[in-house]
Design a protein around this ligand. Structure first.
Ligand code: PEP
Ligand code: MG
Length: 573
């Protein structure tokens, strides 16, 4: 039995055999060849393409039978690409000109194609990038004789163990089979953590290097996502103790469910709106189950991370599904926040030296205007089915906001000319998650209807700490005083401008932080739906005066540990 400590990011416990997940794209060998070896590399390419072709033909036939012509057509497009004589010619040229192995030649082909397609103004052509990506990965797998590991193929209950998990890995995974998650890197606010909470999968991240190398596939692993403990090969005594602890957890879950219809308010009756963060439309059932009063953050980019770029109709369908399910309760849809750790090779958003400081979110959308307006039109069309708000992520200057609003105006006009009705009074807001936005929130408040504070990124950028890097996770303190000041500043500017201010970072999901935030003046908090009961319980245990006094004291403190001690002493949560 071996116990490892990590960061508890998603509550619950479970035990199951380990499934080791490694990213097959990370290990593509690239090496020099001689002129005499060119022919042999070409032969490898021909053989791999042939195998890929057979595989695609089988997939096409299966798709035709099970999903219909439209799905099968995707594979026809892949076959066309594979059979295009230009592909062979380009690979041959590349081998002769550069004298690098065929895997390198294929990667250069991929980059070139992605650049070409993604710079097109036509969204239909842009969407073909995912086909290139798919075909290239398939050929590479045959060249490298690798089995495709897909998290969607998992068919027995497992604990997913990985060095790191990209949001795109997790979107398509077989959720009912993944009983727990353990990764070497990642922190509380990394997207892997956010998704684990959304999917209600117990998870411990940031267990440190070498964990994956020391574990064998199939070894039993116990994950405690509340205490941040991972036990490999737990012994009988441990399992016995765990069975007893399980009963207490079941009781608490029952009490949480009972809180569902109780109002979220302080002891003296100040109403607080607790709304939910979602990533995928099918989380709506959970949102309703936990009694959320709306959706404060729909991370729409997750619709794009499942392997293809959804067009206007598909997006409109998905947004409408969420809006209708919420039956008039407000749904805030955040526009595409791609980039950073949410890479989308299909759109060319890869390969930056500093992705977190790079071409991300609104910066990406303001350049990919057709893609952006397609999404805006889809949201606008969904807005007639309920109460929808639009939110722009990562705004760092007023110019960005004005440009985003300009494109929204164009999208509204386009909807009108195509005969689509929309909510003409749809509210637009921005995430306050870059320090420059918090500092200049007074200026920004004049060009939008609401702010939502994103403390995950606000902390990351204020403290210069990569939120997914376990080595510096200690700096990402829950009550950093600089971040608290920026939050207070944003609330103040929002109050002054009479616009709504809410908070949708992970901080809102922590009961003690929620008390602090309400004391600082917030009246709307957005969090993973499963966090709502505990936050509600905490808010119902204090008066608004008590919360304000705590916040007042916290804001005068010098360090996160002092604030933490204050909250522990004042609250018995
Ligand atoms: C945030 O940054 O706090 C936020 C809510 O957005 P995301 O976690 O998706 O970056
Ligand atoms: Mg963010």
């Amino acid at each position: 039995m071996r116990t490892t400590k990590g960061i508890a990011v998603s509550p619950g416990v479970s035990i199951a055999p380990a499934f080791i997940f490694t990213d097959d794209s990370a290990e593509i060998p690239q090496y020099h060849i001689t002129v005499a070896e060119v022919e042999a590399e070409l032969a490898r390419f021909r053989e791999a393409s042939l195998l890929a072709k057979k595989e695609i033909e089988t997939l096409r036939d299966r798709a035709k039978k099970e999903a219909g012509e439209e799905q099968a057509a995707i594979f026809d497009a892949h076959l066309m690409m594979l059979e295009d004589p230009d592909l062979l010619e380009q690979i041959e040229h590349s081998l002769n000109d550069n004298l690098f192995n065929v895997e390198s030649a294929i990667l250069s082909f991929e980059t070139e194609m992605v650049d070409k397609l993604s710079s097109s103004a036509d969204p239909l052509i842009q969407e073909r990038v995912s086909d290139v990506h798919d075909v290239v990965r398939r050929i590479l797998r045959h060249l490298l004789k690798k089995e495709r590991i897909s998290l969607s193929d998992i068919d027995t209950e497992i604990i997913l163990v990985a060095k790191d998990l990209m949001p795109s890995d997790m979107v398509g995974m077989s959720r009912s089979k993944v009983r727990g998650i353990v990764t070497e890197s990642g922190g509380r606010t990394s997207h892997a953590a956010i998704l684990a909470r959304a999917f209600e999968i117990p998870a411990v991240l940031g267990v440190g290097p070498d964990f994956v190398d020391q574990i064998k596939p199939g070894q039993p692993v116990y994950v405690d996502g509340e205490k941040g403990i991972v036990v490999v090969d737990p012994d009988d005594v441990f399992i016995q103790k765990e069975r007893i602890a399980r009963l207490a957890r079941i009781q608490r879950e029952k009490e949480d469910k009972e809180l569902r219809d109780v109002p979220a308010q302080t002891k003296d009756g100040t109403r607080i709106s607790l709304v939910a963060n979602i990533e995928m439309p099918d989380e709506v059932a959970n949102v309703i189950e936990y009694g959320a009063e709306g959706i404060g953050l729909f991370r729409s980019e997750f619709l794009f991370l499942g392997g293809h770029v959804p067009g206007e109709e598909e997006q409109c369908r998905e947004y409408t599904r969420v809006v209708q399910a919420m039956q008039g309760k407000s749904v805030t849809i955040r526009t595409l926040d791609i980039g950073g750790d949410k890479v989308l090779p299909e759109l060319g958003a890869v390969g930056e030296k500093n992705p977190l400081l790079g071409w991300r979110a609104i910066r990406f959308c303001l350049e990919k205007t057709e893609l952006f307006k397609t999404q805006l039109r889809a949201i606008l069309r969904a807005s007639v089915h309920g109460k929808v708000k639009i939110m722009f992520p990562m705004i760092s200057t007023i110019d960005e906001l004005i440009r985003a609003q300009g494109l929204l105006a164009e999208a509204k006009w386009e909807c009108k000319t195509h005969g689509h009705s929309i909510d003409p009074n749809i509210e637009t807001g921005i995430m306050i998650e870059v320090p420059s936005a918090a500092i200049c929130a007074d200026v920004l408040s004049r060009s939008c209807d609401f702010f939502s504070i994103g403390t995950n990124d606000l902390s990351q950028y204020t403290l210069a700490v990569d939120r997914g890097n376990q080595k510096v996770a200690y700096l990402n303190e829950p009550y950093n005083t600089a971040v608290l000041r920026l939050i207070r500043m944003t609330i103040g500017y929002g109050e002054h401008a009479h616009i709504d201010v809410s908070l949708c970072g992970e901080m809102a999901a922590d009961p003690a932080s929620a008390v602090l935030l309400v004391g600082m003046g917030l009246r709307t908090l957005s969090m993973s739906a499963s966090a709502i009961p505990a936050v509600k319980r905490a808010l119902r245990s204090i008066t608004i005066e008590e919360a304000s006094a705590i916040a007042h004291q916290a804001l005068s403190m010098h360090s996160s540990s002092q604030v933490s001690a204050l909250l522990t002493s004042k609250l018995s949560l």
